[in-house]
Design a protein around this ligand. Structure first.
Ligand code: FES
Length: 147
């Protein structure tokens, strides 16, 4: 990553994303390793992590269900979708199912306002959601996760 950026520090966010995808979360060990490689302090790395909601220092489920409840989605039922996911998964916002399959997160705008209500699961977008459509999406991930 480093040669693609003008300074080592500029590679911090993409490096954190790659590491998170590989390890599952940004553990103390990962933070220490990245700080060393990019020649920044661990505190600087932690400050960046705390700024970006997509970065986490806590383990998440295999599928991180992020439901948008920002204005466009709220008007078109985003809060209902979030509540439905919570009920179906048996967890609340920022929690992970006991089998480690799903995490649930309420998020701000994910840039899919024209197709509200919308959700993002890992890197996949799901739009024009209804509770029934969400059931199918969760079932598909559950099936994929158990194969
Ligand atoms: S408000 Fe939900 S995607 Fe923009």
């Amino acid at each position: 990553m480093v040669p693609h950026y003008p300074t080592k520090r500029s590679a911090l966010v993409p490096t954190l994303l790659y590491a998170q995808d590989e390890v599952g979360y940004l553990s103390d060990e990962v933070i220490r390793e990245i700080a060393g490689r990019l020649e920044v302090t661990e505190l600087e790395v932690r400050n960046v992590i705390s700024y970006y909601s997509m970065l986490t220092t806590k383990p998440r489920g295999r599928y991180n269900v992020q439901v948008c409840t920002n204005i466009s989605c709220m008007i078109r039922g985003g809060e209902q979708i979030l509540g439905h996911c919570a009920k179906q998964l048996g967890i609340q916002n920022k929690q992970t199912t006991s089998d480690g399959m799903f995490s649930l997160e309420e998020v701000e705008c994910i840039g899919a306002c024209s197709w509200a209500p919308a959700a993002q699961v890992n890197y996949d977008f799901h739009e024009n959601l209804t509770p029934e459509k969400m059931d199918g999406i969760l079932a598909a991930y559950r099936k994929k996760g158990t194969q």
